[in-house]
Write a protein that binds this ligand. Structure first.
Ligand code: GRF
Length: 199
């Protein structure tokens, strides 16, 4: 099994796309826990609907980021995790959290990085007037939206697009891109284990 955790702050549509993909394809991937920093975030309810363990660890109950992350780490280290997926997790990750899971945390971002980092990436792209934008899955590092790119998919901005239609088109692309990346990472890891076993 390839064990993952998902962290999110809101709606959770990427989590749902991932959980459905794993279920439909009956992949050897197990979502061990879903964690949110926001009380009542829809992603927590969506996790329960899939029968997946969920935890709310609100950042505003802690006086600093380190203490909040330590509490998240306490939860994450209960599982033998291969990957942590940030799916709409609106907090910067640092310190011990990052060093404990270095190269094992990925994020989905709604632009073709390195263009349009940070918040409202779809709006940034729309207002800039680029003709092509998209979605990126990348490794999480200290610097926001700057870790190695794992995969990307593009979306064309047509003259008829509004910010709303563009945001929708990008989200649709995210919903297939993220599950495909997770599947590939799981395949690579599980294949490595098989190879090691053969030596
Ligand atoms: C997505 O657009 C993702 O790219 C960004 O936050 C949004 C999360 O949406 N990081 P959802 O919670 O997965 O629906």
């Amino acid at each position: 099994m390839f064990n993952i955790a998902v962290l999110g702050s809101g709606r959770g549509s990427n989590f749902v796309a991932l959980a459905e993909y794993i279920k439909t394809k009956d992949l050897p991937i197990s979502i061990k826990v879903v964690i949110s920093n926001i009380d009542g975030a829809p992603i927590l309810r969506r996790a329960s609907e899939f029968g997946i363990n969920s935890r709310c660890i609100p950042h505003n109950k802690f006086t600093n980021r380190d203490d909040h992350e330590k509490e998240i780490l306490k939860e994450l280290t209960k599982y033998d995790l291969d990957l942590i997926v940030l799916a709409g997790y609106m907090r910067i990750i640092g310190g011990e959290f990052l060093s404990t899971f270095r190269n094992k945390i990925i994020n989905i971002h709604p632009s073709l990085l390195p263009a349009f980092k940070g918040l409202n990436a779809q709006k940034q792209a729309f207002e800039y007037g680029v003709k092509v934008t998209g979605a990126t899955v990348h490794l999480v590092t200290e610097e926001l939206d700057s870790g190695s790119i794992i995969d990307q998919e593009c979306v064309h901005i047509l003259g008829t697009d509004s910010l709303e239609t563009l945001t929708h088109k990008i989200l649709q692309v995210e919903h297939t891109l993220l599950p495909r990346v997770v599947e590939r990472l799981a395949e690579e890891k599980l294949q490595n284990e098989v190879n090691k076993g053969e030596n």
